[in-house]
Design a protein around this ligand. Structure first.
Ligand SMILES: Nc1ncnc2c1ncn2[C@@H]1O[C@H](COP(=O)(O)OP(=O)(O)OP(=O)(O)O)[C@@H](O)[C@H]1O
Length: 298
């Protein structure tokens, strides 16, 4: 298990802000083997800073990171796969060579590195670009190469900073499949993203960070359960005023009356709706991750 505990980090200030910037204010979370963890938060919330500390690029002022119950070491990190926010590829090198090169740096044999590179090029739809220099690739394809570099050495843990940004829908699906496979193989995966539908679809658990603090975390189901539920009732051809005295708001479009309420007696509301007209829908509306996110960071 990868455990991030009470990380704090203040960046030094300049003449304009001598007190500096408190980027992390006690971030804690844990990711189990085989768990995909979506790290979400507004711009500047502290996601990149957290990932940089995990990868040893930055030092925390306090707090700790442990892997398999021990403090994380340089040797452990060598076995992690990391996609940094500041993408770092050799621009003149060909895509395939680049992936092989990083595989070799992580200790793969020449043939294993070539095999892994070929496999990733194919999986990420880059086979035809194998011999193109990175600088000649579109941004989305450069991103795919960057991802292949993070994945080439079969990492024990994956830490990916916005891996899906800038990818087309086909590449999003291809990457999602690769990450799910790695996850099923027991790898903990942490990725940050602003694409909340994607996070909702892929992740076993989610952490919502705001101003350097984890304001909500758990499975999407747990986060939903913590929200107040909304009952949605749709009645066709109802007489005006049918919902007078019931809690909530009614909106009318044509002959469709929609009642939304977060409280009240469901059975009483149902009786009134049935009396009023043709009940087309009666059910609890699940909040999306986007709604949960907005509520958590409000
Ligand atoms: N090197 C630095 N020096 C000073 N302040 C920094 C530095 N790096 C980050 N910060 C500040 O720390 C805070 C957290 O930044 P961070 O990059 O971790 O956010 P983020 O959640 O990754 O944002 P985004 O979604 O925009 O990538 C921000 O206020 C940022 O301006």
């Amino acid at each position: 298990m990868l455990e991030i505990s009470e990380l704090r980090k203040r960046f030094a200030g300049g003449p304009d802000s001598p007190e500096g910037k408190l980027a992390l204010d006690g971030i804690s979370f844990a990711v189990r083997p085989g768990e995909m963890f979506g790290f979400v938060g507004a711009n500047g919330a502290g996601k990149t800073t957290t990932m940089r500390i995990v990868m040893g690029v930055l030092k925390a002022d306090s707090g700790s990171v442990s892997w398999q119950g021990r403090p994380l070491t340089y040797t452990d990190r060598q076995k992690f796969g990391y996609m940094p926010e500041e993408r770092g590829l050799y621009q003149k090198m060909r895509a395939g060579e680049q992936i092989e090169y990083f595989g070799r740096l992580h200790g793969l044999s020449q043939s294993a590195a070539k095999q892994a590179a070929d496999d990733l090029l194919q999986r990420l739809g880059l086979t035809e670009r194998r011999n193109s220099s990175v600088e000649s690739l579109s941004l989305g394809n450069q991103q795919r190469v960057q991802l292949a570099v993070a994945l080439v050495h079969e990492p024990e843990v994956l830490i990916l900073d916005e891996p899906f940004s800038g990818l087309d829908p086909i590449a999003v699906d291809a990457l999602a499949t690769v990450l799910q496979e790695r996850c099923r193989g027991g790898v903990p995966v942490i990725f940050s993203s602003h694409q909340l539908e994607l996070v909702e679809r892929l992740c076993d658990s989610v952490g919502i960070v705001s101003a350097g603090r984890m304001v909500a975390s758990g499975t999407v189901e747990d986060l939903r359960a913590a929200e107040s539920r909304t009952l949605r009732v749709v009645v066709r051809e109802a007489l005006p005023g049918w919902a007078d005295g019931l809690p909530g708001e009614v909106s009318v479009t044509g002959d469709r009356h929609v009642l939304l309420t977060t409280h009240g007696d469901d059975q009483e509301i149902l009786r009134r709706a049935v009396k009023a007209g043709r009940v087309e829908h009666f059910g609890v509306q699940q909040p999306s991750l986007t709604e949960i996110f907005k509520e958590a960071v409000a």
